[in-house]
Design a protein. Structure first.
Ligand code: NAD
Length: 251
């Protein structure tokens, strides 16, 4: 595909389980990628994994709790790859804490990364998408938006996902006249380090048991839905939430 016809996707949390699966799918389907994550070493591993894809790959290590970094990665993507057509906001932290251990700064940290960063990233990419009257943005929430988290230890995290859910709807209305479609994907439990690290095996087993499909999702299963939302085949979905939860919740 000629370089000027290739779409450019900016993926945050690109070194993570879900972000890297999205990167893999978009790289193999003719996209160029700006890969953003705070873990520089893991980004380098991802780039070597994607080396044979033919995609132009730019790594942008960034600490997205810093708003100026959110704006910088958008500016850098446009400088290096010419534009931004697609934004996938997959960076987040779970940051479980006992209720009595939550501090103002731990609360702020999870909000800054999970909710504030997507807001400023969306605002920053939209003027460039509007120039071509085409854009796709996907945010990621969690089943806690529907039913609250299972334990108080994830209360701030789940609340950030509620905020992201509202941002999706508001940016979808705002972007509609500019050809920018904004949606949310809500995964159930996915096999990524966010949940595999720090969750006892019996709890992981219990999550699988309450899920009608009796297992956690592979990240690639969720990534396929995101990739679809980022393409031309999605021409009418905006402001919507797409659940991919193995039947765990049926809101
Ligand atoms: N794993 C699950 O079960 C699950 C369930 C529901 C929703 N989600 C959501 O899916 C998305 C992807 O998460 P994942 O499961 O792939 O987890 P993950 O931990 O594998 O990936 C998250 C990535 O975000 C990056 N990140 C964290 N803080 C950052 C910061 N300050 N600046 C830049 N990058 C930062 C991490 O380095 C990591 O690579 C997240 O929004 C998460 O909340 C995950």
């Amino acid at each position: 595909m000629a370089e000027e016809n290739r779409r450019v996707a900016l993926i945050t949390g690109a070194a993570g389980g879900l972000g890297s699966a999205v990167a893999q799918l978009l790289a193999s389907s003719g996209h160029d990628l700006a890969l953003v994550d705070v873990r520089e070493d893991a980004l380098a591993v991802l780039v070597s994994d994607l080396a044979g894809s033919g995609a132009r790959l730019e790594t942008l290590p960034a600490e997205l709790s810093n708003t100026s970094e959110c704006e910088r990665v958008v500016t850098e993507t446009i400088a290096r790859l010419g534009k931004v057509d697609i934004l996938v906001n997959a960076a987040a932290i779970l940051a479980r804490r006992e209720l009595e251990d939550v501090t103002a700064s731990s609360f702020d940290e999870v909000f800054h990364i999970n909710a504030r960063a997507p807001f400023f990233l969306m605002r920053a990419v939209m003027p460039d998408m509007a120039k071509r009257n085409w854009g796709r943005i996907v945010n990621i929430t969690s089943v806690g938006v529907y039913q609250g988290g299972e334990k108080m230890t994830s209360a701030p995290y789940e609340a950030t996902k509620g905020a992201v859910s509202v941002f999706t709807k508001m940016f979808a209305k705002y972007g509609a006249s500019q050809g920018i479609l904004v949606n949310t994907v809500c995964p159930g439990a996915m096999k990524t380090r966010m949940i595999l690290e720090g969750t006892p095996p019996d709890i992981l087993q219990a999550i699988a048991e309450v899920t009608p499909l009796k297992r956690m999702a592979e990240p690639i299963e969720v990534a396929r839905m995101i990739a679809w939302l980022c393409g031309d085949e999605n021409s009418y979905a905006t402001g919507a939430t797409f659940d991919i939860v193995g039947g765990w919740v049926m809101p």
